[in-house]
Ligand binder design. Structure first.
Ligand code: HEM
Length: 422
């Protein structure tokens, strides 16, 4: 890998320095930002999201407008080559997300970009989140005893129509930025720098709509999506909902006890589901029926029992589903009954629009993304509760996977997977 990438003039060259400050009013945000993960950030070419830290960016980070999801299969042949791959990915991610300028020609040399587009690198709110799939822990690299306890190939649920070529993969790269050119540039740079060590298995691009007229962004069914997310600015809640804890996980909710390997601290289960929306059918459904399926109003996002978007649905005052149906999406996803706080997850979804299919039907939908401390206790349990909900007639899950987002890269001498491969 190193020689191939080195020959292309990408990996291991030059000194990485922060982009010169001055031309743009740089805003540097922590991965958490001030807002919830499902608010959308405005475009600012100079904005950087902090790269180093105990956890990766792109998880609690407020939604950037554009995203690409790349599942990859590792073709590196040994553990040493796998380490080189992670080191190369780290170098490029650090460089790109900080808007670094690569000084390769010594003092006075003109700043160059990463050699792809011929312009300076613009950080543009870029985050690169690197996650591993269960297949990375097969026989190839001797990592079987280090697999996160719940990680496996994605399950097939009752209403799925999965295309296995669009599922799973050894790695997942989630690349998000305020502008689409920044995402595209990062994807090209990352794939070029790692050529020979991994190849793309599937890719799905996504976008977040700006809030219309305000508040939470909308999905392509026209509803606000992300309203009831847990507060990303509250470390205690995130410690219960998002971050996986190494060590023994006690048996709960019918799940067996498991032991999470020591290296998993600072990581999280990263679920991606590619869900097509059958929008031609959806658009023929009355507003009343649409709202009943979710249990929320389309215009304001308010629960049908309330007035404002963030009102509590007070399901306990509607125990027989007179207002919010018993099979409404929000009631099934979060019954708000004793113990159901254990089901909560952090959703970070993107819309996708892939043109039209061979029959001329619109090919669009949702890249459902969720981060959870425990895959089975949270995502899988909720997905099973949603089986058979009225919404299933209007959606068709066709791909995605279960991954584990690696702990963060802590400092300039650290790299992705350093503790996994230690
Ligand atoms: C809530 C849409 C798939 C889990 C919502 C809401 C909408 C929505 C409009 C209400 C607003 C909000 O709180 O965000 C959709 C659509 C889907 C989809 C269009 C598929 C195309 C899923 C999947 C899961 C899920 C696959 C997990 C297995 C949740 C959860 C909530 C929620 C946990 C919050 C419930 C609450 O606490 O009130 N979804 N969703 N959704 N959805 Fe989905």
């Amino acid at each position: 890998l190193r020689s191939a990438a080195g020959a292309a003039g990408v990996v291991g060259l030059g000194v990485l320095t922060p982009r010169a400050v001055g031309a743009v009013d740089h805003a540097t945000t922590s991965p958490t930002g001030a807002a919830a993960a499902t608010t959308v950030t405005a475009s600012d070419p100079g904005r950087t999201v902090v790269f180093h830290g105990p956890q990766q960016a792109g998880i609690l980070t407020p939604l950037q407008r554009h995203a690409a999801f790349l599942a990859l299969d590792v073709t590196a042949g040994s553990r040493a080559e796998l380490e080189e791959l992670f080191r190369a990915l780290t170098d490029r991610a650090r460089f790109l997300t900080t808007g670094g300028t690569q000084v390769s020609g010594g003092p006075g040399a003109p700043p160059s970009d990463s050699g792809v587009l011929g312009v300076d690198v613009v950080p543009g709110g870029l985050t690169i989140t690197t996650s591993v799939g269960a297949s990375l822990f097969d026989h190839r690299f001797g990592l079987a005893d280090r697999k996160p306890a719940r990680l496996r190939a994605m399950d097939t649920f009752a209403d799925d129509a999965l295309d296995r070529a669009r599922c799973d993969g050894d790695l997942l790269l989630q690349v998000c930025a305020d502008d689409v050119d920044v995402v595209v540039h990062a994807v090209r740079d990352l794939t070029r720098a790692t050529r020979g060590a991994m190849q793309v298995r599937w890719r799905q691009d996504g976008f977040a709509s700006p809030p219309r007229p305000s508040g939470t962004p909308r999905n392509l069914m026209g509803f606000k999506d992300g309203t009831a997310n847990p507060a990303t600015g509250d470390p205690r809640t995130m410690g219960d909902v998002v971050w996986t804890k190494a060590g023994t996980v006690a048996a709960v909710d019918g799940l067996p006890a498991v032991v999470e390997p020591a290296w998993t601290t600072g990581g999280t289960y990263h679920v991606v589901r590619l869900i097509r929306m059958l929008v031609e059918f959806w658009d023929r459904v009355s507003l009343h029926e649409q709202e009943n399926m979710f249990g929320r109003r389309r215009d304001t996002g308010a629960p049908l029992t309330g007035t404002h978007e963030f009102d509590d649905p007070h399901l306990e005052r509607d125990p027989t589903g007179d207002v919010i149906q018993m099979d409404a999406h929000i009631r099934l996803a979060n019954p708000r009954s004793p113990g159901s706080e254990r089901l909560r997850m952090l959703r970070r979804p993107y819309n996708y629009d892939a043109g039209t299919d061979a029959n001329g039907n619109l090919d669009m939908g949702l890249v459902f993304v969720a981060f959870n401390q425990d895959l089975d206790r949270q995502f899988v349990a909720v997905q099973k509760r949603l089986e058979g909900e009225p919404l299933v007639d209007y959606i068709s899950p066709f791909g995605g996977g279960y991954y584990f987002a690696l702990p963060g890269v802590r400092a300039a001498d650290d790299w992705y997977a350093s503790r996994l491969l230690a």
